[in-house]
Design a protein around this ligand. Sequence first.
Ligand code: GDP
Ligand code: ZN
Length: 303
Amino acid sequence: MRSGTVCRGLGGVYEVETPEGVVEAVLRGRIKREERTGEKVVVGDRVDVDEDRAGEGTVWSIVKVHERTTVLARKAPGKAPRPKAIVANVDQVLVVFAAANPDPHLRMLDRFLVIAASSDIAPVIVVNKTDVAGMDAARALFAPYERAGYTVHYTAARDGTGVDGLREALCGRLSALAGPSGVGKSSLLNAVQPGLGLRVSEVSQAVNKGRHTTVTAQLIPLECGGWVADTPGLREVGLWEIEPDQLQFYFPEFEPLLGDCRYPTCTHTHEPGCAVRAAAQSGEIDAGRYDSYQRMFLGEDEE
Ligand code: GDP
Ligand code: ZN
């Protein structure tokens, strides 16, 4: 018996990374029946595998799936949408934007941050292309996020700025990546570890082509330990599941104010005596962040 992490699954065969090397394993018995009822093994799952000596060679079976710390799920198609797990045990979501070229779409950043928070996954903001915008301008643009308590890395894949710090943040963890195209995600991953960005983007393309068949994810190993998860767009993940009255808890800067509204059921959108709205008006809370909250509360689509 060995324990390991599922890195890839294809056609019912799972690659499991164990301390003694990678093995291919299939589902057995009870777990296989659970899969039919929807409780699937996904990449990131910590599993126990056992070997069966059946005739020629060794066949490994997944005999136990450990409890998940986190689950990134997407909406499964159908009349009554259910969450469908894509990756288990993600430790952090790296949300990558460029400081310029393209200009950062901060309302989209806010949505990613809410998705991570609602999945109980720590978000890390990466601001790339600081060489284009200038470091001071980049820091000014993302200052509200630092004030709200987020971890922000300032990088330039082009000249290596911030790459060591980013590598340190990735090592030993399972990270998922989010952010629009063209911001330098592949370039940054390649700067962290040669070839890493290429592998992740190749998987992405394969995944996108397979949109109507299976949407799978894969874990790409880091030399320093840990993995980068290549997941189908995080945009499909999470937000649809959030109840409007829960949204306030996913904006960390609202937290100290939530007891100060006049009405305990305040939605922080229009009520008189709302401490959150007052803070947005006085500049204590960033107006853009508050605008994002209102849009998400009202269920407005952001593209
Ligand atoms: P992705 O779509 O997010 O994976 O972005 P890419 O890594 O493909 O990068 C998009 C473009 O931005 C490429 O032309 C890169 O060379 C360029 N790029 C990436 N990082 C930087 C950076 O830090 N500074 C500058 N000036 N250009 C960058
Ligand atoms: Zn309020």
